[in-house]
Design a protein around this ligand. Structure first.
Ligand SMILES: Nc1nc2c(c(=O)[nH]1)N=C([C@H](O)[C@H](O)COP(=O)(O)OP(=O)(O)OP(=O)(O)O)CN2
Length: 164
């Protein structure tokens, strides 16, 4: 049937795809107090079927995603590219200041991320780029669209989609 467009997608969500992390985002010229969330991760992969008649193996997606959730788990997520925080990297610590309010974190508690703010949207973008690299290393080079959602709390999530 000429012209008909179809698509296939697999989704993996929540099932142990979670991490607990601390952050403080900056908004509208202010900085939140340091606080944490139990984040849930949602993943959608769209593309044609492989010879195995799947878009990609759920287990392989979860394996790649869990390597990322393990990096994020129990860390302070530092928006390394912030234009609003003053960030000083020391050999064993990070010093983070906002208008005279200063925090000093042991380096082992911090995951510096190359993002401008620790919003769910930016964390989703970072996660999607890293997940794509991992999936492509597994051989999933046929994926056409990858979406990641990072849910801060039930009903409140930021999403990012890569069109490939
Ligand atoms: N689009 C986005 N909006 C907000 C984000 C975000 O990542 N993307 N993040 C926050 C804060 O980090 C915050 O942790 C959540 O804020 P908020 O929903 O206001 O939190 P409360 O616990 O006060 O929510 P209530 O439901 O009002 O109790 C803000 N916005």
């Amino acid at each position: 049937m000429g012209g008909m467009h179809t698509s296939r997608k697999v989704t993996v969500e929540r099932n142990r795809l979670r991490f607990a992390a601390a952050h403080m985002a900056t908004f509208s010229g202010d900085c939140e107090p340091l606080h944490g969330h139990n984040y849930d991760v949602f993943i959608e992969l769209e593309g044609p079927l492989t010879e195995d008649a799947w878009v990609w193996d759920f287990s392989a997606v979860k394996r790649a995603a869990r390597e990322l959730t393990e990096l994020l788990d129990h860390k302070f997520l530092l928006q390394r590219a912030s234009r609003h925080l003053e960030i000083r990297e020391e050999p064993d610590a990070w010093e983070v200041s906002y208008r005279g309010r200063t925090y000093r974190f042991p380096a082992s508690d911090v995951l510096p991320l190359p993002i401008p703010n620790s919003t769910a949207e930016c964390i989703a973008e970072w996660f999607a780029a890293r997940l794509l690299e991992a999936l492509q290393l597994q051989g999933a080079t046929h994926i056409r669209r990858l979406t990641v959602g990072i849910e801060e709390m039930p009903g409140q999530a930021g999403w990012y989609t890569l069109e490939l």
